[in-house]
Design a protein around this ligand. Structure first.
Ligand code: ATP
Ligand code: MG
Length: 227
């Protein structure tokens, strides 16, 4: 499937014929996907099938071998350097499976960082962080560093950080993978609420079909293709 730029403009994210190999291992073999603004999609598939690779290609951690990735009508797979960095910083939030919080920063400062990176004015930024800490239920943990937080609390900081700059798209790689049942439920409810309230599109990797209930659609990756 090839789509034109104007057809892509309706999507928060559009992927066309995406291919990615590591050495001789073909991981993505022509992936096509369109996510509408505010749409929540669960991405399932066996271990090693390429789910994290797909998220990493969207976020720019990895580069596609061929194919296009379009964010809000703008092709990002061809961009390089500063322009790309800026667009991604503004438009994408990433919740990593293993939190990836900065250990020397407090909960407040971890959430504040993406807003700082896009030069949001300090007063506006701080007010947003206070509000976000409240939304993720961590106002009382504002000054704690990650090693003084529980797994569920860290994941909520990671979600706050992914959403603080109001990106149009949030990528979440097994956001409940390392949490107990109750913390997992809390994190899912939070992701759903923030997505609904802010109209954020969500692409969430999960191994757990019940987590997919907060999503509008479930897709699977198998043998390098989405089905
Ligand atoms: N940087 C890399 N170099 C070489 N091979 C890689 C690299 N990253 C991923 N792969 C390979 O690509 C394939 C897909 O990996 P990926 O991490 O995307 O799988 P996944 O679907 O996220 O699996 P899991 O459910 O276990 O997290 C695997 O075979 C993996 O070994
Ligand atoms: Mg993975």
């Amino acid at each position: 499937m090839t789509t034109t730029q104007s057809e892509n403009a309706q999507y928060a994210l559009s992927i066309s014929s995406a291919r990615k190999s590591f050495g001789t291992v073909q991981v993505l073999k022509g992936v096509d996907l369109g996510i509408e603004p505010g749409e929540r999609i669960a991405l399932m598939g066996p271990s090693g099938s390429g789910k994290s690779t797909l998220l990493n290609c969207i976020s720019g951690i990895e580069k596609l071998d061929s194919g296009t990735i379009t964010l809000h009508g703008q092709v990002i797979s061809d961009l390089d350097g500063g322009g790309l960095e800026k667009l991604r910083r503004e438009s994408i939030g990433y919740v990593f499976q293993s939190f990836h919080l900065l250990p020397t920063l407090t909960a407040f400062e971890n959430i504040e960082l993406p807003a700082q990176l896009i030069n949001m004015p300090k007063d506006e930024r701080r007010e947003k962080v206070y509000h976000m800490l409240k939304s993720v239920g961590l106002s009382h943990r504002s000054d704690h560093k990650p090693d003084a937080l529980s797994g569920g609390e860290r994941q909520r900081v990671a979600i706050g950080r992914a959403l603080i700059h109001s990106p149009g798209l949030v990528l979440a790689d097994e956001p409940t993978g390392s949490l107990d049942t109750q913390s997992g439920e809390d994190v899912l409810a939070l992701l759903e609420k923030l997505s609904v309230d802010q109209g954020v599109a969500l692409l969430m990797v999960t191994h757990d079909r019940s987590s997919a209930r907060i999503c509008n659609r479930v897709i699977s990756i198998q043998d390098g293709l989405l089905i």
